[in-house]
Design a protein around this ligand. Structure first.
Ligand code: GNR
Ligand code: NI
Length: 179
């Protein structure tokens, strides 16, 4: 297993629609395991393949994290097959928008169909934090970030701050290299 680099916005790879997985093979199983290791190390409760630069419909989730017991979900080609009419707000964060948070309103419950690491089909009914996380991850597969659900003013402020952070980090790296 390996810890992968998590892309930070703004990055065109986070705005690209991901492709379906044709066959769940060893490459996909390895990607799922590497994504889980990366998510636990971050730490985060979910991670989508585009966040590690892979334009594939692959997601991992683990909202358990209580008393150290892991409950990883490996999802390939996930689709929302039902969403409740009632919607609820939740303050979301994202590993690709570090240290920024905003309320996003989404359906309270969703039903998701996906393939596991063996290629078997599963359906999952989610509510609460799991429903929030699954919808947040599926958004990543469409090139959508939580900032795309907030006002243009708020989105612009967050992305501008992250762009500045990136530029200062790049300048620091160049400084260290040239002494
Ligand atoms: O770790 C994460 N926490 C989180 C909190 C509220 C709503 C969504 C999330 S997902 C996020 C990890 C991430 O960026 N996944 O794409
Ligand atoms: Ni995210």
């Amino acid at each position: 297993m390996a810890i992968l680099e998590i892309l930070v916005a703004p990055d065109p790879r986070l705005k690209t629609r991901a492709m379906p997985v044709a066959v769940v093979d060893d490459r996909i199983r390895r990607l799922l395991d590497d994504m889980l290791e990366t998510m636990y190390a971050a730490p985060g409760i979910g991670l989508a393949a585009p966040q590690v630069g892979e334009a594939l419909r692959v997601v991992v989730v683990d909202i358990a994290q209580k008393n150290g017991v892991r409950a990883p979900l490996r999802m390939v080609n996930p689709e929302i097959i039902w969403a409740s009419e009632d919607r609820v707000p939740y303050e979301e964060g994202c590993l690709s928008l570090p240290e920024h948070y905003a309320d996003v309103t989404r359906p309270r419950q969703v039903r998701v169909r996906y393939l596991d690491e063996t290629g078997a089909t599963h359906e999952l009914e989610a509510e609460g934090l799991l429903a929030v996380c699954v919808q947040h991850e599926l958004d990543h597969l469409e090139g959508t970030l939580f900032v795309d659900h907030v006002s243009a003013l708020r989105r612009g402020m967050i992305l501008k701050k992250l762009q500045k952070l990136k530029k200062s980090q790049a300048a620091e790296r160049a400084d260290r290299q040239t002494g």
